[in-house]
Design a binder for this molecule. Structure first.
Ligand code: G3H
Ligand code: 13P
Ligand code: NA
Ligand code: ZN
Length: 328
């Protein structure tokens, strides 16, 4: 059944687990996520970025999620807009059948310019007021995603807006977070704790210097009833890097967010963990392997089926390790 984000995260909070939120752009990602959810009996959050909606088309995407629900009627599924950049994007998601939207007001609608607190509150509260009228949940974001290791903030297209940002500007402030939630009435809050999108998050295994898991504890202590969301939370596992590189890829050495750090976040209010890069890498590694080993192959099913299996293995692992298995 299609359910709201709020329904899923309230249950996750009651039983102290988190749900991975996997990005979906195509049928293979949907099939992989649903097979893993079915195998582990886990609830599902599938999220589509603006880029996914443009790539797959809103009509195709919304029917893809409906297909998932028909295939697995016993699995609760939330269909979430990832990184909505404006109230208009969130409203068009709702009219296309999404049960949850993220209004990311941490940047202006151009996706490049950092916004101020008043702007963020205004656009997010506007979305919340409308979405809640029709039972749709809202995720907000406070703080700029960016790395404590490099001092660089992140904008939508992956470029950076500075190289000298300090801890105060890269980590969400707990008191501001409390005000933000009170003013906007969001159902979930994405926080900035030095994670960033993509494969290149850290140049070494992150510790407390470059990944601010401690800030989560402060935020959770201040707003214990708010469901926290970690973005940029792919783990970028070494085996996925190695597989891509073994078959002709060029992924430079890098670190993501270790699953054990996410597990500790779950003890402090993290209920939704966004993962896109890990599935991209799993699919790419599997396809590269078939291309390298069977260069005569040209039936897409011959390389997409191993891709689905590789993505599904990652999904199963995260459902289990985040404690979501058995919770459907
Ligand atoms: O927010 C980032 C997600 O990984 C989605 O990425 O905008 O390239 O679809 P995308
Ligand atoms: P990753 O790039 O770490 O997978 O993050 C995805 C994300 O935050 C989507 O909103
Ligand atoms: Na999101
Ligand atoms: Zn994100």
């Amino acid at each position: 059944a299609l359910v709201s984000l709020r329904q899923l995260l309230d249950h996750a909070a009651d039983s102290t687990y988190a749900l991975p939120a996997f990005n979906v752009n195509n049928m293979e990602q949907m099939l992989a996520i649903m097979a893993a959810a079915d195998a582990t009996d886990s609830p599902v959050i599938m999220q589509a970025s603006r880029g996914a909606r443009a790539f797959a088309n809103d009509i195709v995407l919304s029917h893809l999620i409906r297909a998932a629900i028909k295939l697995y009627p016993h699995i609760p599924v939330c269909m979430h807009q990832d990184h909505g950049n404006s109230p208009a994007t969130c409203m068009s998601a709702i009219t296309n059948g999404f049960s949850s939207v993220m209004m990311d007001g941490s940047l202006l609608a151009d996706g490049k310019t950092p916004s101020d607190f008043a702007y963020n509150v205004a656009v997010t509260a506007k979305v919340t007021e409308m979405a809640h009228l029709v039972g749709v949940s809202v995720e907000g974001e406070l703080g700029y995603l960016g790395s404590l290791e490099t001092g660089k903030g992140e904008v939508e297209d992956g470029h950076v807006f500075d190289g000298t940002l300090d801890r105060a500007s890269l980590v969400t402030d707990p008191q501001e977070a409390a005000e933000f939630v009170r003013f906007t009435r969001v159902d979930a809050l994405a926080v900035a704790i030095s994670t960033s999108h993509g494969a290149y998050k850290f140049s070494r295994k992150p510790d407390g210097e470059i990944l601010a898991m401690d800030a989560l504890k402060d935020i959770h202590a201040r707003i214990p009833d708010t469901h926290l969301v970690m973005h940029g939370s792919s783990s970028v596992p070494q085996d996925l890097q190695d597989k891509i590189n073994a078959y002709g890829g060029e992924i430079a050495p890098t670190w993501g967010v270790p699953v054990e750090e996410i597990e500790s976040g779950i003890k402090h209010g993290v209920r939704k963990v966004n993962i896109d890069t890990d599935l991209r890498m799993a699919l790419t590694g599997a396809i590269r392997k078939v291309f390298a080993e069977s260069p005569g192959e040209f039936d897409p099913r011959k390389y997409l089926a191993p891709g689905v299996d590789a993505m599904s293995a990652v999904c199963r692992d995260r459902f289990e390790r985040f404690g979501a298995a058995g919770m459907a």
